[in-house]
Design a binder for this molecule. Sequence first.
Ligand code: 5RP
Length: 278
Amino acid sequence: MDWGMRNRLSKIINPKDGRTLMLAVDHGYFLGPTTGLEKFREYVEPLVPYADTLFATRGMIRSSINPDIKTPIMLRNSGGTSILNKELLHEGITVDIEDVIRMNAVGIGYSITVGMPWERDTILDFSRVVDACERYGLIAMAVTAVGKELKRDARYLGLATRMAAEHGAHIVKTYYCDGFDKVVDACPVPIVMAGGKKIPEIDALTMAYNAIQAGAAGVDMGRNIFQSEDPVAMIRAVRELIHHDATPREALQFYEEHRQASGSRKKSGIAADDTKKI
Ligand code: 5RP
């Protein structure tokens, strides 16, 4: 790994503890105005100071995020289908590498779809994206997107994460499952856990804690932060787990104490709750 790539990786994963809290707010690329992200600037900006990296689309970063932020950006670089499409997740490359550089992003995130009819397309495209990232010292994160019909178990996620690494991913984002340590052990590059659909705060904190205990470098969490009753208190609680070794109970207590202090956000309620499908 050359100097530029190592430098960018160190902006994502804190070299002091080897961990990261990535905030995933890319959901609109196929879900539109996702619950909790409708007023993107208003809802996301208060969370940014607590994230080590922001994972979002170039359109939302350009239109809705202040360019003065210090938080590094990972750009969603795959897409092409919406939640209404039967071939959801039949994705291709959406951002030219020159624009990734122009946006001063540290890298990209690309979904591969192992076990789905178009797995070949997404894996070959991902390999092209890795080539482009390698050329400019950018970080390529593979997201192991999982179709509804596939089981998110250690066997499947072990296959998908290992394939992502074999095809050159520098980081792999995947879902938590029983036996997650086996998934992590067989993947030679850092794994970050996706949060998945919204679950109670204690369950989300426990899942993140267990993923870290199993060897994950951290999380790239979205809905379990921005759909929380109090997203700022929740991202701070997740931070306690990741960077301050809090237990899930301690992190929940932190959440409760800070929730009372900051109050909860009113939802506009215009977005269809399609987010359970991913
Ligand atoms: C789908 C994705 C999402 O766009 C998102 O990043 C997932 O985050 P979360 O599950 O924590 O809401 O990667 O494959």
